[in-house]
Write a new protein. Structure first.
Length: 553
């Protein structure tokens, strides 16, 4: 198969490591399970499941009235989707001079140390207060958002100005009903704190137990056929390893919380940007009035639009945030679904910020290189959906037409690159290493940050259909600063609350779903509709460490 991918020794070594791990697991599974084999596919089930499951389980109806949230004296009503968001960005700013619209950012560090233990207790107490009255068992987990800063010295080299330190504590909640954990778009909650509460997210409605529903299957093994159908529809001609099947509850954030079989799978295949794909899906436990989405659903037709902004719209104060979406070609339908849900959430949130679906195209290297001013650098906010590795991503499958931030072909972004891009969000595994991952984390960004405000991504593996797109969009539309919108949205996803581990590039089995961000100094305070003149000689890095604690109530 022809490919223009660079096969560096380090990347090849990583792929060899992961390939060996997969082969060992698949051989072992093949010996003890009955596999599903088609002409082009192999689906291996290696899931430890109980022989019997309950014949009936209760159904829960969601309250039609979403809850409001409060941060200090600020009370925030639910948005158009029933979620509530509150932010007090000035309370976590790094710089004493917070930026405002259309003025230069003047970063002056405020070196106020964080009392992690106190912030943890404040955030946890605030979150329990937001959730009180639910009646169900709740597990909370704390995470630290850390920060570091570099600045260009007289020799034009990055020099550390602020060493890594904890900056915020975020506490998330996991819901349990009938002794099973709850996943899905709903039942997400997060509180963040420094000296006091600074942010809160609540997509968590009261649930009332309804009638019991009967199981469609006598055992989990009988759900294998439906799981197989979903996986084959998701990515035909794949080698699939089903790692786990378990019973959970699924919260649609609409009408019901219902029992479901949750399965996790690795979609293997020859590729240079990650040797496996990590996915999660659900099969309905019972027949109910509300359909659980299938893993292969794309949802909404892609418009394949290319509409450069008009001259009037490019002026400050134009009032429209132009969005570009660039999705890996010929690959998992989950990428398309996440992109579509991201855009539909922005367009239907019902806030004062106006978004336009300006570009929605199959990603190609030239969108980021020689034609960047016609594509990624012609919009305000860009979303990339693709396979990733440190500082690079693919635009076709997980193997081909790769793009590297280190290559000279990758163009400068922002006004200094002849365009207007402010924020680049990458829904990609491992694409954004930061200070704990690489001491030279700022290496590729000097040329790229030419008026660009932020680059957002993951510093770990992730699940393709983790729900990041709509969760991030919901925070953006609520007016949250872009950096904290990304960090808090990914941190709140209930799919990562049990800290699943994965080894996509064999850097060790690390927790999945760890967000990271790099911002021009001072730009961490900017919401998506604000503009400012960002410095090009100073960068902040932000990242989530491993969870601090677990608490049950």
């Amino acid at each position: 198969m022809a490919s223009n991918t660079r096969n560096t020794p380090s990347l090849q070594a990583a792929l060899s490591c992961c390939a060996l791990l997969c082969i060992g697991a698949c051989i072992r599974a093949d010996a003890i399970t009955q596999d599903v084999i088609t002409e082009d596919s192999l689906i291996v089930f290696d899931a430890d499941v109980p022989d019997r499951l309950p014949d009936k389980l209760p159904l829960y109806k969601l309250s039609p009235s979403p809850r409001t949230v409060q941060v200090d004296s600020v009370e925030c009503a639910p948005d158009g989707h029933g979620d509530s968001h509150c932010y007090k960005p000035a309370a976590w700013r790094v710089d004493c001079n917070a930026p405002t619209s259309h003025v230069p950012i003047d970063p002056k560090p405020c070196r106020e140390p964080l009392n992690t233990a106190k912030a943890l207790e404040v955030a946890r107490t605030h979150l329990y207060k937001l959730l009180e009255g639910g009646g169900e068992r709740t597990i909370t987990r704390g995470r630290v958002l850390s920060h570091a800063r570099v600045r260009l010295n007289a020799q034009g080299e990055w020099q550390e100005e602020m060493s890594p330190e904890p900056w915020l504590v975020l506490v998330t909640a996991e819901r349990e009903l009938a002794n099973y954990r709850v996943e899905g778009p709903g039942s997400r909650a997060l509180a963040a704190a420094r000296q006091g509460p600074v942010a809160a997210i609540l997509a968590w409605r009261s649930a009332e137990q309804s009638e019991e529903v009967e199981a469609r299957f006598q055992s989990v093994a009988q759900a294998r056929e439906e799981i197989t159908q979903q996986l084959l529809a998701l990515k035909p001609r794949a080698k699939v390893h089903v790692r786990g099947i378990e019973l959970v509850y699924y919260d649609s954030n609409e009408q019901l919380i219902q029992p479901a079989y949750r399965f996790t799978a690795e979609l293997g295949g020859r590729g240079h940007i990650g040797s496996t794909e990590q996915v999660v899906g659900y099969v309905a436990y019972a027949e109910t009035a509300e359909r659980i989405p299938r893993i292969s659903d794309s949802e909404l037709a892609r418009a394949d639009t290319v509409s450069p902004p008009t001259a009037e719209e490019t002026q400050p104060g134009g009032g429209i945030v132009h969005v570009g979406r660039y999705v890996v070609k010929d690959d998992n339908k989950g990428w398309v679904r996440d992109s579509n849900q991201f855009m539909s959430t922005l367009l239907t949130q019902g806030t004062a910020i106006k978004f336009q679906d300006t570009q929605d195209v199959d990603a190609a290297p030239e969108h980021f290189t020689k034609d960047s001013t016609k594509f990624v650098n012609s919009v305000d906010l860009a979303l990339l959906e693709a396979h990733g590795s440190a500082w690079e991503f693919s635009t076709e499958r997980n193997c081909c037409k790769t793009v590297s931030f280190v290559d000279e072909d990758f163009r400068s972004l922002g006004p200094g690159g002849g365009g207007r891009l402010k924020h680049l969000a990458m829904h990609s595994c491992d694409v954004l290493p930061v200070r704990p991952d690489r001491p030279d984390w700022a290496k590729p960004w000097r040329r790229i940050f030419q008026g660009l405000y932020s680059v957002l991504g993951y510093r770990s593996s992730m699940l393709i259909n983790d729900g990041a797109g709509p969760a991030f969009a919901s925070e953006l539309a609520a007016g949250a600063p872009v950096m904290i919108a990304w960090i808090s949205a990914i941190s709140s996803l209930n799919i990562y609350q049990r800290k699943p581990f994965a080894c996509t590039h064999c850097s060790g089995r690390v927790p999945m779903g760890r967000p990271a961000a790099i911002t021009a100094c001072g730009a961490d305070q900017l919401s998506v509709d604000l503009t400012a003149t960002a410095p090009t000689d100073c960068l902040d890095a932000w990242w989530i460490q491993d969870p601090l604690m677990t608490d049950e109530q």
